[in-house]
Design a protein around this ligand. Structure first.
Ligand SMILES: [Zn+2]
Length: 160
């Protein structure tokens, strides 16, 4: 019976033991769909986990590894699960659409706050003054647009 299960690809006790042995490099690691995960990682997740992972700018697969290693430099692969972030050449071109979708409301919010604070100022002056307030937020928008794009891609294609 056990050999029949093995013939059909069912996990055998030996196979399970072999999988577990790959994840014993650290005491807190465990097996997940994409490999070993450290403690706190959630391989399969709900919307709340996705949102928290995006807010913390973490890997779309394991929700643990940091996407960025500095302000603008991304890690090529997830430090926790090894997922390659740029799945193919030009992958992040789609993040530009996310960037537009984020930048327009942020810029309009800057304009709205300035309108409230600077009553009586002309509209062109407020629009111009909003630009230097908006520009320092560009790195933040860059980071979040890429992270959101990766999470959207992951939501559509869970095969990777
Ligand atoms: Zn990861």
């Amino acid at each position: 019976m056990a050999s029949r299960a093995a013939a059909f690809g069912a996990p055998t006790p030996d196979g399970i033991a072999a999988k577990r042995s790959r994840c014993t490099s650290t005491p807190s690691s465990r097996e997940g769909p994409g490999g070993c995960y450290t403690r706190g990682a959630v391989p399969l997740s709900g919307l709340r986990t996705q949102i928290r992972s995006i807010a913390r700018q973490r890997c779309p697969r394991c929700h643990e590894g940091r996407v960025f290693r500095s302000l603008l430099d991304m890690n090529e692969t997830c430090p926790a699960c090894g997922r390659r972030f740029e799945r193919e050449p030009g992958f992040f071109v789609g993040a530009m659409y996310v960037s537009y979708a984020l930048a327009i409301p942020v810029y309009l919010a800057c304009v709205g706050v300035l309108r409230l604070l600077l009553r009586g100022w002309s509209e062109p002056a407020i629009l111009a003054l909003a630009v230097p307030i908006f520009v320092p937020l560009a790195p933040l928008l860059f980071r979040y647009s890429r992270v959101i794009w990766m999470h959207l891609d992951r939501a559509v294609d869970r095969g990777e």
